[in-house]
Design a protein around this ligand. Structure first.
Ligand code: BG6
Length: 469
């Protein structure tokens, strides 16, 4: 079987991770520009000041993507490049840059797939309370509308937010992302709701403009499976899916939060401060979502914690995605299993879990349109005789694309696949050490671009529409 001609083979990046040019051409400071300069906050003190310098070298990068045969490029817009202070004056140079980037994609026949928020919040807004302040949501809607009006004639796919669970979890539970707050469950749930309300408002604004494009949101997708088929572990998996998946997908696709979690939050005093109007807006926007983006890296294997609730201290060190931690409420723990495969960063490699998870989503949400907006392997790629031999990445993507193929065969409505990442970039918690790209960036040699083995492999997959997988 080949993938259909309208299935998009793509790859993705995010502004802070690739652009660099952190203070060029009138860009304002973001929360990340500040956070990464605080000693001890990032891996080896790395930051995105220069990153891959994509801002200045986008033409070269897009040309390479075109050579790879990429059909679509998912990138994010840096909000403080458009609104240096978050909400008042527009920076024309910011608009110009994204116009150029979009036009460059189109020149090469690459479909631009745009994320509006991939975690770099204008610093002024962070200082005023960030996602805990409802004004940030209003500013987001204004920024989103500005982008729809400026780019919506050529951009036909907008993602509002990337991985709410990650930036809110890392920002308010683990303290690993800005604003660096630890273990504040109440704030975590409040920030999530404020983000989802802003998403719903942005969807409504988009639809008013009649731009004949599509809008959605990208969630991380980590389906939970019990480590045994015993009753307790089964309960643990149900609990983990309610908190980790349904809490994030229901408000977007069903227009309301799951009762299972609401009841528990009410009991513990963690229920967000929301208004009836906000909840109605979620319900109104839900049927207008055109697609859901899934970022899949790994599933989560869980076991129930019995007896005393463990003391939960979530930190940057233990929040980088490897198993072994209790959930914030002490109900379950994630487990590294002997019979599973793991990456160097202890992320489970499970194309089977991907497929099973997709079936779970279909059961709950029906035939929604899906894009796999991220999937890939973080690794330290060996260079042998000048060749970047990222064979494990090829294997990883091949296995996961096979799952996508099988899912499509089973009637799951997947319309595209975006490998993470198009080019090597800054990993938020692992600096430049952890590579994901098809294109290597030589940090010792003027950021020179080099094609990895996976570059040639992916090119062939695209050309043959996955027939050989
Ligand atoms: C996703 C993010 O969570 O995972 C990306 O959307 C990120 O921005 C990717 O880079 C991989 O995570 P990490 O920690 O390995 O860089």
């Amino acid at each position: 079987m080949k993938f259909a001609n309208d299935f998009l083979f793509g790859a993705a990046t995010a502004a802070y991770q690739v652009e660099g040019a952190w203070n060029q051409d009138g860009k304002g400071m973001s929360n990340w520009d500040e956070f990464t300069k605080i000693p001890g906050k990032t891996f080896n003190g790395t930051n995105g000041d220069v990153a891959a310098d994509h801002y200045n070298r986008y033409k070269e990068d897009i040309a390479l993507m075109a050579e790879m045969g990429l059909e679509s490029y998912r990138f994010s817009i840096s909000w403080p490049r458009i609104f240096p202070n978050g909400d008042d004056e527009i920076n024309p140079k910011g608009i110009e840059f994204y116009n150029n980037l979009i036009d460059e994609c189109l020149k090469h026949g690459i479909v631009p797939f745009v994320t509006l928020y991939h975690w770099d919040l204008p610093l002024t807004l962070e200082k005023e309370g960030g996602w805990l302040n409802k004004k940030t949501g209003e500013a987001f809607v204004n920024y989103a509308k500005t982008c729809f009006e400026a780019f919506g004639d050529r951009v036909k796919n907008f993602i509002t937010f990337n991985e709410t669970v990650v930036f809110c979890g890392s920002g308010y539970l683990a303290g690993a992302h800005p604003p660096g707050i630890q273990n504040d469950v109440k704030k975590y749930f409040q920030a999530i709701h404020n983000v989802f309300y802003a998403h719903a408002c942005a969807v409504l604004e988009y639809k008013k403009l009649d731009l004949f494009g599509e809008i959605g949101l990208s969630n991380v997708f980590s389906p939970a499976f019990p480590v045994t088929d015993g009753h307790e572990d089964t309960l643990a998996a149900i609990h983990a899916n309610e908190y980790g998946t349904h809490w994030f997908y229901d408000p977007i696709l069903h227009g309301k939060y799951p009762e299972y979690v609401i009841k528990r939050l009410e009991k513990n005093g963690y229920l967000p401060d929301w208004t009836t109007g906000e909840l109605k807006t979620l319900a109104k926007a839900a049927p207008l979502n055109d697609f859901m983006g899934l970022n899949y890296y790994q599933p989560i294997r869980v076991e129930k914690i019995s007896g005393e609730v463990e003391k939960i201290e979530i930190t940057r060190e233990n929040s980088t995605g490897s198993p072994g931690n209790p959930s914030f409420d002490g109900y379950y723990r994630s487990v590294k299993m002997d019979d599973k495969r793991y990456t160097k960063w202890d992320w489970e490699i499970s194309p089977e879990g991907f497929l099973e998870g997709l079936e779970m989503l279909k059961d709950r949400y029906g035939q929604i349109k899906l894009y796999i907006t991220e999937n890939g392997l973080g690794d330290e790629d060996p260079i042998i005789d000048g060749v970047i031999c990222d064979i494990p990445r090829i294997k990883f993507i091949e296995e996961h694309l096979k799952s996508v193929k099988e899912a499509v065969k089973r009637g799951i409505h997947i319309k595209g696949y975006y490998a993470w990442s198009a080019i090597d970039l800054l990993s938020w918690l692992n600096g430049y050490k952890k590579q994901y790209g098809f294109i290597y960036i030589d940090h010792k040699n003027n950021l020179e671009r080099k094609k990895k083995m996976s570059f040639h492999w992916y090119k062939n997959i695209i050309e043959t529409r996955g027939k050989e997988l």
